[in-house]
Design a protein around this ligand. Structure first.
Ligand code: NAD
Length: 541
């Protein structure tokens, strides 16, 4: 029961550490990296109070050295998935009844554990398991996840604070109940922060969850579970299950108590899940909440007024940081003809200067792509571009999987604005550029709008205000996160709530109040102090 109107600590974005030579954080992360790299971890399933080892294990290999094994993980069988649902439902009532400030405290503690004692462990795990350089790890597995946890607590308190009008005769109150049943969280490989946020945002609002991380993010997922346990998230509130995604998902979606999915991943997987939910709809006790953030084919448009160095830098960072494996990564660019020669020269210089290799060598800007499936797909598109009459590789174009999944950052210039790599999400370090005539700016904006099924991020680079305003208007439905004079990546919790529409998702904006509202079921209570005692109204007199 509430015994006060509590104010939560104001959420502040976690400062990004520099990791410059000589800093203590650089030394600490490298030491932690080394010891984790040389150890051998065994990742269990986390079900209720138990760490379950199914005995059916698979290796965990870093993307930059696929023969090295840093651990194994246990794969769930159907009975484990069923047990995880059971444990979640067992934990439900006590968790839902816990006063909100007690729940909030657990997640604030988790944030402090991540920004403090667990910072370098989570960063090192993200570097090793997902192939991120230290800066990419820091902004993800230290800062963004801490931000999600802290800002969500603030948003929850704002949601609770918002109340309907009342008067002296009746008091109207809205309370936010968790959903009945349990919530299923499925997370992608590319952000430790997303992996941590999807189950915890629902749990913060009082829900119990079954969480299925990606097979390619297990190394850092395990550290998240350690943090959650140390923070005091009670057993059964977040259950972590790993294994065959279809079997796990089919088992969960068949359960009558399934009440919501919090998904981030690729578009086709989400569409498949949506249709399975539709097929099962008559089996459920509740209409499930369906929240999914999915793929992107994110763009940068450069107007003729843009400074070439601003454009080339936005492309170099936007397309290639974390090997282009951000849902927001720039993967198609439309550059005005008059500035292209200069942009091209600068971009090639930048790309040729990138150092590529393992993440513990801090000089490396680029690391390996996540797995062989991704490597092979990227190699196929690069080879096709080499053969095509409509495409020319202007820098990069090579790849090597002998030791790790290394794809050299590649820029394709195409004469066909609908060339396959202008439309399809490749999710790797491949950028395709289409050069348009200066006087076809407006038509080019129509082309941007009509070229891909996605609408996640995009940016316009221009020093001409009318051109920027025109793009802002014409590309209104083309991106959920639209940038002016910036790259199209790097959304920060609390500042640029993130998500897209069309085939990019349900646009419920992770890291905002809008998202948390999907995990509550509001109840209105009207209390009348002196109830009516006569059915007749004055007009009847
Ligand atoms: P993915 O779709 O391969 O996997 C995502 C999750 O779905 C994983 O946990 C995976 O195991 C699971 N999965 C795979 N097949 C499944 C199936 N048949 N049934 C149920 N679950 C299944 O995606 P990924 O490679 O991990 O991540 C990259 C994708 O995620 C890209 O498309 C990217 O754009 C998208 N993404 C989007 C956002 C966003 O906010 N819009 C953020 C990050 C990533």
């Amino acid at each position: 029961m509430g015994k006060g109107f509590f104010q939560v600590p104001p959420a502040v974005n976690e400062p990004i550490k520099s990791y410059a030579p000589g800093t203590p954080e650089r030394e600490e992360v490298l030491q932690t990296y080394k010891s984790m790299y040389e150890s051998h971890l065994e990742v269990p399933l986390y079900i209720g109070s138990k760490e379950v080892k199914s005995g059916n294990t698979k290796p965990i290999n870093p993307p930059h050295d696929h023969q090295h094994e840093v651990g194994v993980y246990h794969n769930a069988e159907k009975k484990h998935v069923e047990l995880a649902i059971e444990e979640a439902l067992k934990a439900k009532q006590a968790w839902a009844d816990l006063p909100w400030e007690q729940r909030a405290a657990v997640f604030l503690k988790a944030a402090d554990l991540i920004s403090g004692p667990y910072r370098q462990k989570l960063n090192a795990a993200t570097m090793i398991g997902q192939g991120k350089n230290i800066f990419q790890a820091e902004i993800d597995s230290a800062c963004e996840i801490a931000d999600f946890l802290r800002f969500n607590v603030e948003y929850m308190s704002q949601i609770f604070e918002e109340q309907p009008e009342s008067d002296s005769e009746a008091w109207n109150r809205v309370e936010h109940r968790p959903l009945e049943g349990f919530v299923y969280a499925i997370t992608p490989f590319n952000f430790t922060a997303i992996a941590g946020n999807l189950p915890t945002s629902a749990a913060l609002m009082g829900n119990v969850t079954v969480w299925k991380p990606s097979d390619s993010q297990i190394f850092s997922a395990n550290v998240l579970m350690e943090v959650f346990q140390e923070a005091g998230i009670p057993d059964g509130v977040v259950n972590m299950i790993i294994g065959d995604p279809e079997m796990i998902t089919n088992t969960i979606l068949a359960h009558e108590e399934f009440s919501g999915i919090h998904f981030t991943g690729s578009t086709n997987v989400f569409k498949g899940i949506w249709s399975k939910i539709g097929q099962n709809i008559h089996n459920y006790k509740y209409y499930p909440r369906i929240v999914g953030e999915t793929g992107g084919k994110d763009f940068i448009v450069a107007h003729k007024s843009a400074h070439p160095k601003v454009v080339s830098t936005a492309l170099a960072r936007g397309a290639f940081e974390f090997q282009g494996q951000k849902c927001s990564a720039a993967s198609r660019a439309y550059i005005s003809k008059s500035i292209w020669p200069e942009v091209k020269k600068l971009l090639i210089e930048d790309v040729e200067s990138f150092k590529i290799g393992p993440p513990d060598d801090m000089k490396n800007f680029i690391n390996a792509v996540i797995h062989e499936g991704s490597f092979d797909k990227l190699a196929k598109y690069i080879d096709q571009a080499k053969q095509s009459d409509e495409a020319e590789i202007i820098v990069g174009g090579s790849y090597d999987k002998s030791k790790g999944w290394f794809v050299n950052p590649t820029v394709i210039e195409t004469t066909n604005p609908k060339y396959e790599t202008m439309e399809t999400e490749l999710f790797g370090p491949v950028l395709t550029v289409y050069v348009y005539d200066d006087d076809k700016y407006e038509e080019t904006l129509d082309l941007v709008d009509g070229t891909s099924i996605y609408a996640l991020t995009g940016s316009i680079i221009s020093t001409d205000r009318y051109a920027a305003a025109l793009a802002t208007k014409k590309l209104e439905n083309c991106a959920g996160n639209f940038y002016i004079n910036d790259k199209c990546t790097g959304a920060v919790v609390g500042r640029q709530p993130f998500g897209g529409a069309r085939s990019s998702g349900t646009n419920d904006k992770a890291g905002s109040k809008l998202n948390l509202l999907r995990w509550t079921s509001p109840r209105l209570i009207k209390e009348t102090f002196v109830p009516a005692t006569d059915y007749r109204y004055p007009f009847m007199g």
